[in-house]
Design a protein around this ligand. Structure first.
Ligand code: PRX
Length: 650
């Protein structure tokens, strides 16, 4: 054992867990040695309309990347998440919804009601002309109708493209355009922490900005009753659409490799890419990981606090839990509204068994001392989980102690939008915990660490994190750009999927994710491409050049640090800094708001004109002593000016 603190599997999990140590070891070995038979057997957890005869058809070779699982089988994701549970669980809550305002009524939706709602909306979408293979854009608040809309698309074989409600009209327009959506489903407004976001007004603006798509219909849910402009030729109220529909809708027979959804995520270059997930493999992966990583038992109330606009919301608010006949909690609000005790009250109110959240939320509560848990009982909790960014051991321990009372294991789950579901994580009955480590690979997952020359390294070491073989939930391509898919993920290390993350492996074979090694930031667990923020900045008249890097941030994990060179005749001012921040918010959304703007007369460039970001990162992090070799810079004096400028800005 290494010398880090170890938290052994608890007695509770040792005796009762779905997967214990021995089972994990033997199942893992089988999953690697004979993936075909392993996954064929696991795939029985889904209901297939037509069984598959081929399990896996995969190549990671850069001249022929293709990934197919169960590809001659057919099934329907919505039928797997709803219909097949009706016999046993029609009266059981499928979704429990807690509103932003504590004083308002909550909603409990049974499987029978979910079936009815989804079928009506599915018929409504059909009545608008939506067909199998069409992309429908969803821009929704955290309300049950967001889940209905995803499942209604799945039911009729339409592809959903959910855009997080915090993105700006510009960002929304880009995503509508890219997928060519004819129908957008939205709400009048979203509410979060007492504030309102004008979703419908944003859609109106986005639609007018679209260059490629012509949106025929906007379906509008009345969520808050806020005022909206209504275009009678195009807009239709959600309730009017579903009200007249039948509550029966035959689920469409879909090929396992038919696209279930597209979800946009940021990379190190270019515009956000549309990550394509397909039906069979994705559903199998989210279902099996939801059951085993969270040791989920039917009847338990399970709460993943992610927004459905992110992959975590797709996989672990909607598809995983519902595929397993579970009860999934949806919370419209934020952890600190109306006060920091809110999460504890929700856990007690619904007797939540598993609470899965982001390190940034934990750190923001930790800053409040004992207040978040002071009046909470929390004895219903059996398991905690984290996702989205590395968790610092201090926050891990606080969460373990204050929410878990020292009794609940924490599953630190590492995965990505691209991976569809969890890949590296403890199984609570099988794997001892080390705070800050995502521990061991899930079944079928083969991580490896690479040196800069592309050689796999053995033993305790650190390097670029790759996956050597496919798993069912893996993304299949980038929408409309398979070449970019190959270049982004399969060209750095031949024959491997490159994650973009760096990791360390210790003597016990535990993985510790150290963060992105590319130009992608992780701000409060949200991915942000530096190139995207830079291009937003340079679209402002005052900006000649901009370079964006991450900087350490106590709550967000990483903050957004911007170096700006102004155009001739412009001079730095607080007003201009405010204006630039506002400009980025408008172009991308509030999550991209820069934390620090530093005015820079020049940026550190090599003689060939390439910006040396390494230096900018070090300066932003106050690490002036380890700038490394600066002799190749075209003008080494720039560095001193930048250090001086940093002292002023920070
Ligand atoms: O850097 C890793 C970090 O989040 C990235 C993926 O971001 P996204 O696609 O938005 O998906 C987030 C939710 C799955 C990864 O490349 N990351 C995610 N989970 C962890 C993590 N870093 C460390 N530990 C984790 N548990």
């Amino acid at each position: 054992m290494s010398d880090e603190a170890v938290y052994p599997v608890t007695d509770h999990f040792r005796n009762k867990a779905l997967i214990d140590k021995e089972t994990y070891e033997s199942m893992y070995q089988r999953s690697i040695q004979d993936p075909e038979s392993f996954w064929a057997e696991q795939a029985k957890r889904l209901d297939w309309m037509k069984p598959f005869s081929r399990v896996k058809d995969v190549s990671f070779a850069s001249d022929d990347v293709h990934i197919r699982w169960f590809d001659d089988g057919t099934l329907n994701a919505a039928a797997n998440c709803i219909d097949r549970h009706l016999e046993e669980r029609s009266g059981q809550p499928a979704i429990i919804w807690e509103p932003d305002e504590e004083s308002e009524d909550n909603r409990v939706i049974t499987y029978a009601e979910l079936h009815e709602e989804v079928s009506r909306l599915a018929n409504g979408l059909k009545s608008l002309g939506v067909k199998k293979g069409d992309i429908v854009t969803l821009y929704m608040p955290m309300v049950p109708e967001a889940a209905y809309a995803m499942l209604a698309c799945a039911r009729i074989g339409a592809i959903h493209s959910v855009v997080f409600g915090g993105f700006s009209p510009e960002a929304l327009a880009g995503r509508i355009d890219d997928g060519g959506s004819k129908v957008v489903i939205t709400a009048d407004e979203a509410r979060r922490g007492g504030k309102r976001v004008p979703l419908k007004a944003n859609v109106d603006e986005a639609v007018s900005l679209c260059k490629e798509s012509s949106v025929d219909n906007v379906v509008v849910l009345k969520a808050t009753g806020g005022n909206v402009d209504f275009n009678g030729n195009r807009d239709i109220w959600y309730r009017d659409l579903v009200g007249k529909q039948s509550d029966q809708c035959e689920p469409e027979e879909m090929g396992a490799e038919d696209t279930l959804f597209v979800l946009y995520t940021s990379g190190s270059t270019g515009k956000p890419k549309g990550v394509v997930h397909t039906t069979g493999g994705y559903l199998l992966h989210t279902s099996i990981t939801h059951e085993y990583v969270f040791d989920y038992r039917p009847g338990e109330v399970y709460w993943c606090s992610a927004d459905v606009g992110w992959i975590t919301g797709h996989s672990y608010v909607v598809y995983g839990p519902l595929a397993n006949g579970g009860t999934t909690m949806m919370f419209e609000g934020v952890p600190t509204y109306p006060d920091v005790g809110r999460l504890g009250r929700i856990i007690d109110k619904y007797k939540i068994a598993t609470f899965y959240t982001a390190p940034t939320a934990i750190r923001s509560l930790m800053a409040e001392g004992d207040a978040p848990v002071a009046n909470a009982d929390l004895s219903s909790l059996k398991l905690l989980g984290t996702v989205g960014e590395p968790i610092n051991p201090e926050a891990w321990r606080w969460f373990h102690q204050k929410f878990g009372k020292g009794q609940c294991p924490i599953v630190d789950t590492w995965w990505q939008t691209e991976t569809g579901g969890i890949l590296i994580s403890p199984l609570p009955g099988a794997i001892d915990l080390k705070p800050g480590s995502a521990t061991k690979p899930f079944f079928g997952v083969q991580p490896a660490l690479m040196d800069p020359e592309g050689n796999e390294m053995e033993g305790a070491t650190s390097g670029g994190l790759v996956l050597k073989d496919s798993w069912p939930g893996q993304m299949r391509t980038i929408l409309g750009n398979h070449q970019r898919f190959v270049e982004t993920y399969f060209s750095t290390y031949e024959g491997c999927y490159f994650t973009g993350d760096g990791a360390k492996r210790d003597e016990d074979g535990y993985y510790w994710i150290t963060g992105r090694v590319d130009d992608v930031l992780n701000v409060s667990g949200h991915r942000m491409g530096t190139a995207e923020v830079e291009s937003a900045l340079v679209s402002h008249d005052a900006v000649a050049e901009a370079a964006v890097v991450g900087c350490p941030h106590e709550i967000k994990g990483q903050g957004i640090y911007v170096y700006v060179t102004l155009t001739h005749g412009q001079s730095p001012s607080d007003e201009l800094a405010k204006e630039l921040k506002q400009h980025v918010r408008k172009e991308i959304g509030p999550i991209a708001t820069p934390d620090v703007i530093q005015w820079a007369d020049g940026l550190p460039k090599t003689r060939s004109g390439k910006i040396m970001r390494r230096i900018l990162r070090k300066i932003a992090a106050d690490e002036f002593d380890s700038l490394g070799d600066t002799s190749t810079l075209a003008d080494p004096n720039v560095v001193d000016d930048l250090i001086e400028g940093h002292r002023v800005a920070a």
